[in-house]
Design a protein around this ligand. Structure first.
Ligand code: HSE
Length: 309
């Protein structure tokens, strides 16, 4: 029997204010674990565990881990099959890149098993194909940071081009996940079909300055550059107490607080050198708890993407 290869595929946040379907950021934790070993032929899922496992298809043709894995095996010309075990650490419907971590973890597993033959951006593409299959629209803003780590920008989908920036070391992340499930397809269904030029100007300005701030390490400018006048306002009705949670984070030292991905996760950025992430996390959690909702929190930092354990 061939040895098991174990991959950690981290949670990610996407959009980050003005960069809808474009910006993404990898967390250090939490993460999914994807395990695989070579078999003679075919793709088999032998187990799925962890939060939300019952919602995840076991059919390899419908599961994002194995769809991404197969895409990498096909493109790399592999002559073997793979047995897969999935341990979810990120529940579906969280806005923390759960399906992205599955797709990215599957693609990265295939990359390792095939001896890292494909360019890494092609591995990201394979993960994006799987993400498109399971979420209905091909978007790579979670799979790109999940595989590459750091802060990522999808410059273009056709042709596909992704860029990576190393975020500032003192950028701290507080992730709060209230006990509400918001599926990406539902969160996309409430979006407007058109945007006003005034809003487009706002988004281009904020997106451009966020890239500048990430590259120059200006945390105060990062705080001022995360803004969204189109997507989060449309989605806020799906996430109870979102504004109160964001205000609580801001009142306890966050640089900025915003909807993570398609929600319901509430993200906050803070300066690790000057502020305490635990205090910000507690303040957000308290808002949800006082309104009868459980809330998980993580105080973490930017991560390096998928890795072999
Ligand atoms: N950019 C996507 C969205 C991420 O906001 O719908 C969801 O996974």
């Amino acid at each position: 029997m061939s040895e098991w290869v174990r991959i950690a595929a981290p949670a990610t946040t996407s959009n980050i204010g003005a960069g809808f379907d474009v910006f993404g950021l990898a967390f250090h934790e939490p993460h999914d674990i994807i395990e695989g070993r070579k078999i003679d032929s075919g793709i088999v899922i032998s187990s799925i565990e962890g939060p939300g496992a019952e919602l995840i298809p076991t059919d390899p043709d419908k599961n994002s881990v194995t769809i991404a894995l197969k895409e990498v095996l096909k493109r790399a010309g592999a002559d073997f099959g793979v047995e897969v075990r999935i341990i979810k650490g990120i529940r579906p419907g969280s806005g923390m890149g759960s399906s992205g971590a599955s797709s990215a973890g599957g693609a990265y597993l295939g990359h390792i098993l095939t001896g890292e033959k494909l360019p890494i951006n092609e591995v990201v593409m394979c993960a994006a194909v799987a993400e498109g299959y399971t979420s209905g629209t091909m978007h790579a803003d979670n799979v790109a940071p999940c595989i590459l780590g750091g802060f990522t920008i999808i410059r273009s989908y056709e042709p596909f081009e992704v860029l990576r920036i190393e975020p500032p070391k003192n950028l701290g992340l507080v992730v709060a996940l209230p006990d509400v499930v918001v599926m990406t397809a539902d969160s996309r269904a409430v979006l407007p079909e058109t945007v006003r030029i005034k809003d487009l100007v706002y988004h281009v300005g904020h997106a451009s300055s966020l890239v500048y701030a990430m590259m120059s390490g200006d945390l105060s400018l990062i705080g001022r550059s995360v803004g969204d006048v189109v997507f989060e306002p449309a989605r806020s009705k799906l996430i109870p107490h979102l504004k109160e949670a964001e205000n609580a984070a801001m009142n306890h030292g966050a640089l900025v607080s915003f909807l993570g991905g398609s929600g319901p996760c509430v993200m906050s950025f803070y300066d690790k050198d000057t502020h305490n992430g635990e205090i910000i996390a507690e303040s957000v959690k308290k808002v949800f708890n006082e309104n009868g909702l459980k809330c998980d929190v993580w105080v973490t930092e930017c991560g390096t993407g998928c890795r072999r354990l």
